[in-house]
Design a protein around this ligand. Structure first.
Ligand SMILES: [Zn+2]
Length: 341
């Protein structure tokens, strides 16, 4: 697919085997990675890096020290999942050098967004800005990651279903001043959801076409969100449930799965083609059941009960959560169709 419009990605290289010999084009290069992904690619690059920085922590002071101690380089080659890519993006930004990214899993969209998610005192901050040239998508390499984690990559695309609805709702309520509503952005975002739907079977089977659909979806949503300067088309009430749950439990979830649970519940609160989006999630083989994430019934009830005061106290975007009360009866009905730990 031809991706037109503004994305963060300067060039792309797709196909199985596309990492072979890549190291020979990078000049002096430093790798950011983790043990498992690095073991998968190190003998295929055709050249040795000047250094390999393993992700230890993304706390800013640790990252700064690691980068300061690294040798000079022309290129930062980031190999792995979200954290290895974030470290690579931040280092390329700090050094002002070329960035090449090789995601080994498509579970999160770190490889198409410009800013690096680093931590300051355990809080996420988005810093810097670096664009891959190229982004290298090697299907066989990505298929070595657990199938469920790659499928979870659709979570941040499925959230278009609830996110765009929330934005429309904010617009009708006159609560979209900071992120002025754009019908065109909504239309383009929903086209991405259709792309996911058309490739649902491929995504479930993690075929080349399925992986490509996820990557294209990420690239396309960034052509909508980067010019807009916000992520309203892909982030709304479904993400807010996840924020609440994460704070409540202190646990890290697989992003696409917990967002899937959010899409399940909040599409129902929205009365927004709930059955349709649930059947899509089932076709995709996405694990979104509380049982899949070791969430028990009481925890989810408490989280939903607290959700409105949670979003109000944090001044989050106006969504269905502000508009429709989440009552005990509603929760009872909504949770009946779910499986629990
Ligand atoms: Zn997300």
């Amino acid at each position: 697919m031809e991706i037109t419009g503004q994305t963060n990605v300067l060039s792309q290289r797709f196909g199985s085997g596309s990492i072979d010999g890549l190291g020979r084009e990078l000049g002096q290069f430093v790798v950011t990675s983790m043990e498992i992904p690095w073991r998968l690619v190190r003998d295929r690059l055709g050249a040795k890096p000047a250094a390999v920085l393993m992700v230890d922590s993304l706390e800013l002071d640790v990252v700064e020290r690691q980068i300061a101690a690294a040798p000079p380089c022309d290129t930062v080659l980031a190999v792995g999942g979200g954290q290895a890519i974030d470290l690579g993006k931040y280092m390329a930004f700090k050094r002002g050098c070329r960035l090449v990214t090789v995601p080994t899993i498509v579970s999160v969209d770190a490889f198409v967004t410009p800013k690096a998610a680093v931590r300051r005192n355990h809080r996420v901050e988005y810093l810097g800005g670096a664009s891959p040239d190229p982004l290298v998508i090697d299907y066989d390499l990505i298929r070595t990651a657990p199938r469920q984690l790659n499928i979870a990559g659709v979570g941040d695309l499925l959230s278009i279903h609830t996110g765009t609805f929330d934005w429309e709702l904010a617009h009708r309520a006159g609560r979209d001043a900071a992120e002025p509503f754009s019908a065109d952005d909504v239309r383009r975002a929903r086209d991405i959801l259709r792309l996911v739907e058309e490739h649902a079977d491929d995504i479930r089977q993690v075929t080349d076409a399925g992986l490509q659909a996820i990557v294209d979806g990420y690239l396309l949503i960034n052509t909508v969100c980067l010019p807009a300067g916000h992520y309203r088309t892909e982030e709304g009430s479904e993400h807010y449930l996840f924020y609440e749950l994460e704070e409540r439990t202190g646990r890290a979830f697989i992003h696409g799965q917990i967002v899937g649970l959010g899409v399940y519940l909040l599409s129902r609160l929205q009365e927004n083609r709930h059955a349709e989006v649930v059947s899509l999630m089932d076709r995709l083989g996405l694990e979104y059941q509380p049982a899949d994430m070791q969430i028990d019934h009481d925890t989810l009830v408490a989280s939903l009960t607290n959700l409105r005061s949670y979003v109000e106290s944090r001044g989050l975007w106006y969504t269905v959560i502000n508009e429709r009360p989440i009552t005990a009866t509603w929760i009872d009905d909504a949770l009946r169709g779910l499986r629990f730990a």
